[in-house]
Design a protein around this ligand. Structure first.
Ligand code: ADP
Length: 483
């Protein structure tokens, strides 16, 4: 099998290190591909190439940047079935989810193609006579982009596209579990005429490649999505070289279901939020908080639906829930299930590996009840298809439980009470508040991010991406000089 190369300074380059073997989590016998593992020296070369490309790219015409991003978006759309299949094969989400994510990545590129044409500033009068003030936006420089495995094309897209739109150069380090989608993005940028050095791909380990990116003084900013632990360590290091940083990390997202909720919609929100994408989303629902009047009906319907979900090969059209991404994540899920049992929570669905035709990391959608909010399964991010049901006396107690967490990414409420929906909108301590909608599932044209331990730095996506990917210069002009 040929080893796919890294993309540095406009060239595809090999590595002397042992390649990274990308395996299908639905069937470990299936090798998706082999990818050259970049080392520290190659990462430094990529950073130098990005630095060297920056002066010209930062002054390139906005039309050139818009055209590049639009072309990449168009090519992703044209190849959405093929790339979506690759995504499902290497990450384990279902084919439908893989294609959906790919289409979304295309939309992200197209959205930011438009944004390249709308880089605006502000012109102000000065309190001083004869002076005008211009507040303008400029590119930041070289951006290190470090991404996780759970959205192998959408997360890279929503970082790479705005970085390039606003005139920055990029060194991209994807998670080692999903080099295939990263390679596809690099290929499409290369074949769309991205000038050399403007975009570089370095597949490799966080400890080696990631660490060089975070430590290098020539990198001006790091955009990271991943775990809280890695994010915190990385941020402390990045600040040492005065980098701009943006971190998207975990969640422990609650869904409150009140007595007056539409039952079918509420159950569907919980099923989608907790189990789709195998629960491997930072916006996944992991705590379902119920008030007494709906408890029994909701619990019965949720358990029935969860048990009926079809777990299987991500590429099988009938599959609703694909496997965990790898053996480590599967072990984490199973370990948390035994932690929950030891803590006194009661298993009402799943709780073990799911029977499946192939040798993959299948796990049954799992539900605990009698969960107290101080239990580890209610406080720590599991990142698997495991949901906990908690009881609350009323809306006020449900909201207090929802907010009692170190995280603050997404929270949902299912209710037909305008009063409670409005109170929740104002008082949920999160970056994403969902009303009669799942905690997961967001749009690309509006900001994404959380509060507390979930996020740090400016919001990602939509118009707000301009805040991270540009810096501000304030220009004073004495307009009274000259004729
Ligand atoms: P996940 O479980 O979502 O992969 P991680 O935080 O472990 O979360 O990894 C997220 C990304 O950060 C990956 O691309 C990983 O390789 C990278 N990474 C891990 N450790 C480091 C590190 N010390 N420095 C820089 N990047 C790292």
């Amino acid at each position: 099998m040929t080893v796919k190369q890294n993309y540095i300074d406009g060239e595809w380059v090999d590595s002397a290190a042992a390649p990274i073997v990308d395996r299908n989590p639905s069937d470990v016998e299936d090798v998706v591909g082999s990818y050259a593992a970049a080392d520290a020296a190659q990462t430094r070369r990529a950073i130098e190439a990005a630095r060297a490309a920056f002066p010209a790219w930062s002054r390139s015409s906005i039309q050139e940047r818009a055209d590049l991003l639009d072309a990449v978006g168009g090519k992703i759309l044209a190849r959405a079935q093929e790339i979506g299949r690759l995504l499902a094969r290497e990450e384990g989400k279902t084919l439908k989810e893989g294609v959906g994510e790919t289409v979304r990545a295309a939309h992200v590129f197209k959205f930011h193609a438009g944004q390249a044409l709308r880089i605006a500033g502000d012109l102000l009068d000065s309190p001083r006579k004869g002076i005008s003030v211009l507040v303008q936006r400029e590119p930041v420089g070289v951006i290190g982009i470090i991404t996780p495995w759970n959205f192998p094309i959408a997360i890279p897209a929503w970082k790479i596209a705005p970085a390039l739109a606003y005139g920055n150069c990029v060194v991209f380090k994807p998670a080692s579990l999903v080099p295939g989608c990263a390679h596809a993005i690099a290929e499409l940028l290369a074949e769309s005429g991205c000038p050399r050095g403007v975009f570089n791909l370095v597949v490799g380990s966080g400890r080696e490649v990631g660490d060089v990116l975070v430590g290098a003084p020539e990198v001006d900013a790091i955009s990271f999505t991943g775990s809280v632990e890695t994010g915190r360590g990385l941020a402390a290091r990045a600040v040492g070289s005065m980098k701009k940083i943006q971190l998207e990390m975990g969640g422990k997202n609650p869904l409150i279901v009140l007595d007056d909720a539409d039952l079918d919609n509420a159950v569907e929100c919980a099923i989608q939020g907790a189990f789709y994408s195998t629960g491997q989303r930072c916006t996944a629902t992991s705590r379902v908080i119920l008030t007494p009047g709906i408890y029994a009906r909701f619990r019965a319907a949720l358990v029935e639906k969860a048990r009926a979900l079809v777990v299987g090969d991500a590429l099988d059209e009938k599959t609703q829930i694909g496997p965990a991404v790898d053996a480590t994540q599967l072990k984490t899920d199973l370990d948390y299930i035994s932690v929950g049992q030891k803590e006194g929570a009661r298993l009402v669905a799943g709780g073990d590996r799911a029977p499946a035709p192939k040798n993959g990391f299948y796990i049954a959608p799992t539900i605990f009840e009698d969960v107290h909010n101080q239990m580890r399964i209610a406080r720590e991010e599991i990142f698997g298809p495991v949901a906990s049901i908690l009881r609350a006396k009323n809306y006020e107690e449900a909201l207090a439980i929802a907010n009692d967490t170190p995280f603050g990414l997404s929270a949902g409420i299912c209710t037909t009470s305008l009063k409670h929906a409005d109170h929740f909108r104002r008082n949920a301590q999160v970056g994403l508040a969902m009303i009669n909608a799942p905690t997961a599932g967001v749009d690309y044209h509006v900001p994404f991010g959380g509060v507390k331990a979930s996020s740090y730095g400016p919001r990602e996506q939509g118009v707000n991406a301009v805040e991270f990917y540009t810096r501000i210069k304030t220009v004073y002009t004495n307009v009274s000089i000259g004729g």
